[in-house]
Design a protein around this ligand. Structure first.
Ligand code: SF4
Ligand code: SF4
Length: 367
C-alpha cells in the first residue's frame, strides 16, 4: 500500500504564501494527531554551518513551532554536534551559530537544545541488532522527546548522493561518536607532532585504549573499538578522524541510526521536506554553491522513505540549471549521479525499506 506524501509547489498568491503552505501541509499530513497534550516535541533542524545560507529558513521553522504549540505540545529545536571541527562541534559553538543563523528563541519561538549535549557525550545507546550495529548512540534530547518532527532541506551530499529525511535523523541525531562510526570503518590515529601529551584522551577513552608513551599518546588498536570519543576530546585536534568508508556502507549505517531514532517513538514522527536551494553539498558546508534545479516545493509525510523517494523523483524530473556543478549535463536524468558518479544514492532508500522504516511506493497528493 503506497504511503501518502503531500506536496505544495512554489506558486503563491496574496492569500496563500509559502508560510501558509507549511501550515496546510502540517494539517494535511495529520501531524497534530502525533502530539498529546504536554508532549515534548523535538523539531529536528539543521541550523546551517557558519557561512552556509541555504538551510531551511527560520521563518518556516517558526510556523511548525506555532502549529505544535497549537496542538498543546512543547516544541524544541534540536540537532547533534558535528564530528568535524567547524562551527557546530560543541554545544557552545553550535548554539552561537544557531543564533547567528536566525534560530534564536525570539525568532523561532522555541529553544534550541543540542541533542548530544555540551561535548557530544550525552547520548542513549539504543539496541537495534542490525547488520552494522548492535547498538546506536542517539542524542539524548531527541531520544527522550515524546514526538519528532523532522524538518529537512533536500539537497545533494558528497558522501551519500543526497541528504533528505533519513540522513537528517540518522546522521543528524547520532552523537559525535556515532558519526565517527558511520563515517569510518577505520580507527582514529594520533598525529604525534601535534600531541602535547596532556593526557586528556587517556582519561576519556571508555576502553582504556590510549596510553601516553614517551611524549605523545598511542592508541592500542587491539583494544580500541573505534567509538571516536577521543577525537572529540583532544583540545588541539591531534587525533585524526579516518573518513574512509564506502558510499554503500555509510548509507546503510545512517539508516540503522534512523531506525534507532524512530524505534522509541511509537509512530509519533512526521517529516517535512523543503526542495528549495538544492545545492550539491549539504548544509554542513561553510558555503552554498549554486542550486542544481529550480526550487520545487515542500513535502510532508509520515513516512521517511516515501518522502525521500518522492523528493528524489521530483528533482530527477526537473530541468537542470546551467552554471552549476552539472556543467554541460543539465539534461542528465540523474542530477545526483551526475555530480557524484560513484554514489548509488538509492541504497539508503532500499535498505530503509528493507528494515521496515517505510516504503518507496508513494502517492503524491498535491495541495
Ligand atoms: S576510538 Fe574510542 S576506544 Fe578507540 S582510542 Fe578513541 S576513545 Fe578509545
Ligand atoms: S588529548 Fe590530544 S594532546 Fe592530549 S594527549 Fe590526547 S592526543 Fe595528545
Amino acid at each position: 500500500m503506497p504511503s501518502e506524501v503531500y506536496f505544495s509547489d512554489m506558486r503563491t498568491r496574496a492569500e496563500l504564501n509559502l508560510l501558509d503552505k507549511v501550515d496546510r501541509l502540517f494539517d494535511a499530513a495529520g501531524f497534530a494527531s502525533l502530539i498529546d497534550p504536554g508532549d515534548f516535541v523535538a523539531l529536528k533542524v539543521h541550523v546551517g554551518e557558519a557561512g552556509n545560507t541555504t538551510y531551511v529558513r527560520p521563518q518556516f521553522v517558526r510556523r511548525v513551532v506555532d502549529k505544535v504549540k497549537a496542538a498543546s505540545g512543547k516544541p524544541f529545536l534540536t540537532d547533534a554536534n558535528t564530528l568535524y571541527r567547524g562551527s557546530r562541534a560543541n554545544a557552545v559553538d553550535h548554539l552561537r551559530t544557531a543564533v547567528e543563523n536566525g534560530f534564536g528563541w525570539a525568532q523561532v519561538g522555541a529553544p534550541v537544545i543540542i541533542a548530544d549535549g555540551l561535548t557530544g557525550r550525552d547520548y542513549v545507546e539504543v539496541e537495534v541488532n542490525l547488520k552494522h550495529f548492535q547498538k546506536v548512540k542517539i542524542g539524548s534530547a531527541a531520544y527522550h522527546a515524546d514526538a519528532l518532527i523532522t524538518i529537512s532541506h533536500f539537497k545533494g551530499h558528497e558522501a551519500v548522493g543526497f541528504g533528505g529525511a533519513l540522513k537528517n535523523i540518522g546522521m543528524g541525531l547520532g552523537s559525535r561518536a556515532a558519526k565517527q562510526m558511520m563515517h569510518s570503518d577505520l580507527k582514529p590515529q594520533v598525529i604525534t607532532d601535534k600531541c602535547t601529551a596532556c593526557g586528556r584522551c587517556t582519561r576519556w577513552c571508555p576502553q582504556q585504549a590510549i596510553a601516553l608513551v614517551e611524549r605523545h599518546s598511542v592508541i592500542n588498536e587491539a583494544v580500541c573499538i573505534g567509538c571516536g570519543e577521543c577525537t572529540i576530546t583532544c583540545p588541539v585536534g591531534a587525533i585524526r578522524i579516518n573518513w574512509k568508508t564506502s558510499p554503500e556502507a555509510i548509507q546503510e549505517k545512517i539508516v540503522e541510526h534512523a531506525y534507532g531514532v524512530l524505534k522509541g517513538k511509537g509512530g509519533k514522527a512526521g517529516f517535512l521536506t523543503f526542495i528549495m536551494d538544492v545545492t550539491p553539498e549539504c548544509d554542513c558546508a561553510s558555503w552554498s554553491d549554486a542550486p542544481l534545479v529550480p526550487n520545487i516545493g515542500i513535502l510532508a509525510s509520515r513516512d521517511p522513505v516515501a518522502i525521500d523517494q518522492a523528493a528524489a523523483d521530483l528533482i530527477l524530473q526537473a530541468p537542470g540549471l546551467p552554471g552549476t556543478r552539472l556543467g554541460e549535463k543539465t539534461s542528465a536524468p540523474d542530477k545526483f549521479r551526475t555530480v557524484y558518479p560513484h554514489i548509488d544514492w538509492s541504497v539508503q532508500l532500499a535498505y530503509a525499506e528493507k528494515l521496515g522504516l517505510g516504503t518507496r511506493d508513494y502517492k503524491l497528493i498535491r495541495l
